[in-house]
Design a protein around this ligand. Structure first.
Ligand SMILES: [Zn+2]
Length: 98
């Protein structure tokens, strides 16, 4: 252990959808605000965070197995409408890029 380097120390998180590990930067952070899942792309919101690939597939998987509810220690079901909209927009934006 000699000093700290910035290279190759990128933190990993597990996607709650596909359960695969990925660099934190590739995943979208989700926090629960009241009873809704809110995307936190800048990672600035306080509280527990869950990480998911910003794709419909991973989002669907996470919702189906209530991974957000568990990961965020929510007392009940979480509303994922805003999150879906966000991912949809991201997907569209990606496809529109030349
Ligand atoms: Zn995933």
């Amino acid at each position: 252990m000699s000093g700290r380097t910035h290279t190759r120390t990128c933190p990993e998180r597990t996607c709650v959808g596909c359960r695969e590990r990925a660099a934190k930067t590739e995943l979208l952070r989700i926090v629960a605000i009241k009873d809704a899942c809110v995307p936190d792309p800048r990672g600035t919101l306080p509280g527990r965070g869950a990480y998911v690939h910003p794709t419909q597939v991973c989002l669907d998987q996470a919702v189906r197995r209530r991974a957000f509810t568990r990961a965020l220690r929510a007392p009940g079901a979480l509303d994922t409408k805003a999150l879906r909209q966000y991912v949809e927009q991201m997907t569209v934006a990606e496809q529109a890029t030349p």
